[in-house]
Design a protein around this ligand. Structure first.
Ligand SMILES: CC(C)(COP(=O)(O)OP(=O)(O)OC[C@H]1O[C@@H](n2cnc3c(N)ncnc32)[C@H](O)[C@@H]1OP(=O)(O)O)[C@@H](O)C(=O)NCCC(=O)NCCS
Length: 167
């Protein structure tokens, strides 16, 4: 992601079909977005990526490395108008990038319990469900349930061997 992607990523992030599945669900202002971006740029273990298909941007991914850099939490969304199948392409590309370019040995994901698409997405890529958390929002009254997933590098490459991914 570069400065020139800022407007586009904010538009995607604020779309109701994305925002309703995020931990923070308010409409993000330009000032908040810009300050988040500038904060991230200063953190060497944070990676903000735009997924492109034939030069057209179709989604956003972030990796935040923890545990000495070998493990990362990821977050992602496809552009609300992205064609069917984009999520699968984004996922495969991002996972390969993380294990190859970032040198990770594990990717961790978290999905709100009502986000069936993300839960299926993680399972389809071979993530294991590792725990279920009850999270109390700071700014809302309700507690929410979060499903935590993990994917090991070894499992990913074992699963990919000889396998043609059909979605
Ligand atoms: C989470 C997210 C990336 C998942 O993407 P996705 O649903 O796998 O996206 P795809 O377009 O690849 O797949 C859509 C459906 O078409 C199917 N599909 C994939 N490729 C296909 C193809 N070539 N032809 C027909 N169908 C296809 C998929 O199997 C999927 O089926 P499902 O709805 O039964 O799961 C996307 O839904 C999203 O951005 N959601 C909002 C933000 C969000 O929740 N982010 C994650 C927070 S944890």
């Amino acid at each position: 992601m570069t400065d020139s992607d800022l407007d586009m990523v904010l538009e995607w992030r604020n779309h109701i079909d994305v925002r309703k599945y995020m931990f923070t669900q308010h409409v993000i202002s330009w000032v908040e977005h810009k300050s988040w971006y500038e904060r991230c740029l200063k953190i060497p273990t944070k990676h903000l990526l735009v997924f492109q298909l034939q030069g057209t941007p179709h989604g956003f991914i972030s990796f935040s490395q923890i545990e000495g850099g070998k493990i990362a939490d990821w977050g992602f969304y496809t552009a609300p108008i992205a064609p069917r199948g984009t999520g699968q392409l984004l996922g495969k590309e991002a996972i390969n990038f993380a294990f190859t370019n970032l040198g990770l040995c594990k990717i961790c994901g978290q999905a709100l319990s009502y986000n069936e698409k993300s839960i299926n997405f993680h399972l389809r890529f071979g993530f294991q469900q590792e725990k279920i958390l009850r999270v109390q929002d700071l700014d809302e009254r309700n507690a929410r349930t979060v499903i935590c997933f993990g994917l090991l590098k070894n499992d990913w490459y074992m699963n990919q061997k000889g396998k043609v991914y059909v979605g």
